[in-house]
Each structure stands twice: as C-alpha cells, then as structure tokens.
Design a protein around this ligand. Structure first.
Ligand SMILES: CC(=O)SCCNC(=O)CCNC(=O)[C@H](O)C(C)(C)COP(=O)(O)OP(=O)(O)OC[C@H]1O[C@@H](n2cnc3c(N)ncnc32)[C@H](O)[C@@H]1OP(=O)(O)O
Ligand SMILES: O=C([O-])CC(=O)C(=O)O
Length: 370
C-alpha cells in the first residue's frame, strides 16, 4: 500500500504560481494584478479590466481605444455559427450552445493550432467580442425572438444588454451588470480555470481549453450555482418561508446553492459589492420582495450552518431582476470569465509542465485472465 497522501479535490494544494489574481481568505480580499476588485468594479469599465488581466497593467487611453476598435469590429457571428446555433433544439441549455459555439469557432479558425502569445491574444479578444452575441442569441431564442445585429457604437456592457433586450436599460442596470462582469472575470485556480490549464498543459489549442472550461463551469457546484440560486429563491417564495424552508432542506441533506466556498470560509470578498448592485437593481426594478427573501435565507443559513453566500448568490437574483431568463445566468458568467481563462492559458503556456497527478490504486490485485 502506498504511503502517498491523498488531497481529495486538491483542497489546499498549491499546484503552480500565478501573477493574475490573488484570493486571500484571511483578509477577505481579491486582487487582479494587484488591484482590489472592489476598486476596479467602482472605477473601471469591463473592457479595461479585460485589458488588465491580459496585459498585467491597465490600458492607456490609446491602448484602450485600440482594443475597443478591434473588439467592436469582431462582434458579429459567422453565418455558419448562426445556422448551427439555430439548428440546435430550442430546449438545449444555453451553456451547451455556448460550448458548441466556441468549438465551432475553433474549427473555423485557420490559426487554431498557433499557440504563440500573439495568436492566442487575438483569439481571446475575438471570443471576448463574440460571446455576448452568442449569449444574447440564446436568450432571444428562448423567447422566440430573432437575433439582433451587434452595434459598434456601444461599449461592451451596453451592446450586450442591447443585443439581449433590444434596448439599453437604465444606467443603474447597466452598472450593476458591468459590476457582475468585473467580479466574475477572474478567481485564481477555480475548477474551470484549472480545467483550462490542464487542457493547455497538453499543448492543445485555446478553443479546446475554453470549451472544456465551459463544461466545468456549467456544474452547480461551480458557476451553475447562479441558476440554481434562482430556483431556490423561487421555491421559497416569501421572506417568512426562508427559515422553515431551510430547516426542511437541511434535514433532507440538501446542498443550498449559492452558499459555501472552497477557499473563503468567512465570506466571499465579492459578495458585498454584488449585494449592493443587487439592492440597487431591486429598488429600480420593483424587486424589494426578492431582496427580502434573499436576506432572510442568508440570515437563516448563517445561523443554521455558519455558512456565508458566495458570488453566485447575489448574481442570480440580480440577473433575474435585470430581465434575463435563468438558463442564461451561467452563460453570462462565461462571457465574463473568458478574460480570466485566456489569461491563465497564456500564463500556463509561458512556463508549461504537463498536469498529470498520480492516484493510489485500490482495485483488485493483479490476476490472470485465463
Ligand atoms: C463562483 C463559484 O463557483 S462559487 C461556488 C458555487 N457553488 C455553490 O454555491 C454550491 C454550493 N456549495 C457547495 O456545494 C460547497 O460549499 C462548495 C462545493 C462550493 C465548496 O465545497 P468544499 O470546499 O468541498 O466544502 P465542504 O463540502 O467540505 O463543506 C464543509 C461542510 O459544509 C457543508 N456545506 C458546504 N456548503 C454547503 C451548502 N451550500 N449547503 C449545505 N451544506 C454545505 C458541507 O456539507 C460540509 O459539511 P460536513 O462537514 O458536515 O460534511
Ligand atoms: O474560486 C472558486 O473555487 C470558485 C469561484 O468563486 C469562482 O470561480 O469565481
């Protein structure tokens, strides 16, 4: 029997260094390239944060306008992609559509196999530009609406919302949406980012790494929780039901989506900022009742299990009040996290080592076949 120690779920195991973000559960802080995420959310546009994650520094005005021009010029989807997306069953989960879209974009890209930093940056910016168009197409399809053409005169967040709803909502909603994108952009070696690094470590291509990362993010223990939270809040219905609902759910050994975190044990650094954004949208969009149910469940969960909410908890109801259908919540997370994933893919390639852990065999001992 081996004496090797098993680290189930790789909990607490540091597998590499990174310069992209630092999650510090002791100080309850998160920095991107050294900048506190709350400050970035308060002062930056999402395009600037994307630049920061990719390049390590915030852009100068000239660098930002060059990036914006390239991004805006690439927002439209190739016709082959539109027809494939529209050929998928209308019941397909939007995460499946998104995963398929990235895979098709890889197959259509003649430079797919070029893993140079320049080529991969070009691909990252292209995915950043087109993902809102794909998400909006899937959202409109859920409502039986035709896709809209992207607008090059609008900034990233405004264009995303316009493509989805056919109009640009109030600045309160735009800002809350952009806040969520900035908070979702990057979070060190989470499961989906690690997945992208594992795929990259085999010297596979960026599209394959992102496709795999989308699959990892879809799960309800990771990004899929923002959709599951909305199901829970809908099931609870009223603030007064939160405590008895939780008692029954915990007695039935249910996992309460949107609570707990592998790294933060005393609260997710991003939640206060997103909770504030949720409160602003709730005031603006007649969502006080939902906010009260949100608060009642969070309070009951802290009392019953000493567990704090994670970012998916405020993001889910905020997206609901903004007007998105629940199956589109995790795809929005993808559109934001493409920045972090692609920064990590570049970092992995710059100092690559095949990621291949070991296991301890506990099956039958060797035995003869005949
Ligand atoms: C953006 C993101 O991806 S954030 C994460 C989003 N995911 C969710 O919200 C899903 C719900 N949460 C969970 O399932 C977990 O908290 C995870 C997967 C996020 C983290 O899990 P781990 O780090 O493995 O924590 P672990 O499972 O060891 O939890 C410790 C204890 O708290 C309990 N616990 C943790 N989270 C929850 C929860 N959401 N509901 C009920 N109990 C929970 C566990 O059952 C365990 O109890 P035990 O010691 O009696 O067995
Ligand atoms: O870090 C994690 O394990 C999950 C998470 O919060 C994220 O990816 O944003």
């Amino acid at each position: 029997m081996s004496t090797a120690t098993i680290h189930k779920g790789l909990a607490g195991v540091a597998v590499d260094t990174t310069t992209i973000s630092m999650v510090n559960p002791e100080t309850n802080s998160l920095t991107y390239r050294g900048y506190p995420v709350q400050e970035l959310a308060a002062h930056c546009r999402f395009e600037e944060v994307a630049y920061l994650l990719w390049h390590g520094e915030l852009p100068t005005p000239a660098q930002l306008s060059a990036q914006n021009a390239t991004e805006r010029a690439q927002r439209a989807l190739p016709p082959e992609l539109i027809s494939t997306l529209l050929s998928l069953p209308a019941t397909a989960h939007p995460m499946d559509s998104l995963r398929t879209a990235v895979s098709i974009l890889g197959a259509l890209d003649p430079s797919e196999e070029d893993n140079s930093p320049q080529s991969n940056h070009t691909k990252a910016l292209r995915l950043f530009a087109v993902l809102p168009t794909v998400v909006a197409l899937t959202q409109r399809r859920l409502r039986g609406l035709l896709p809209l053409a992207p607008r090059t005169d609008l900034a990233y967040a405004e264009n995303f919302l316009y493509l989805t709803f056919g109009e640009i909502p109030d600045p309160v909603v735009v800002r809350a949406f952009e806040t969520s994108l900035i908070l979702y952009a990057e979070h060190s070696f989470n499961a989906s980012t690690f997945t992208s690094r594992v795929v990259t470590s085999t010297l596979s291509d960026l599209y394959s790494a992102v496709t795999a990362a989308i699959g990892a993010l879809k799960g309800p223990l990771h990004g899929g929780a923002n959709e599951a939270v909305m199901a829970v809040l809908t099931e609870i219905g009223t603030p007064a039901r939160a405590e008895p609902w939780l008692r029954e759910a915990l007695a039935a050994k249910r996992t309460i989506m949107g609570f707990g975190h592998r790294v933060y044990k005393n609260g997710d650094s991003r939640v206060p900022t997103m909770r504030q954004a949720l409160a602003e949208v709730a005031t603006h969009r007649n969502g006080t009742h939902l906010l009260e149910t949100y608060e009642a469940l969070a309070k009951a969960m802290l009392t019953a299990k000493s567990l704090h909410p994670n970012l998916d908890y405020p993001a889910g109801p905020a997206y609901h009040l903004m007007g998105f259908d629940t199956p589109v919540f995790t795809p929005i997370f993808v559109a934001a996290r493409i920045t972090g994933w692609t920064a990590h893919i570049t970092e992995q390639l710059a100092a690559n080592s095949l990621i291949r852990p070991t296991s301890i065999y506990t099956g039958p001992p060797e035995r003869p076949l005949t």
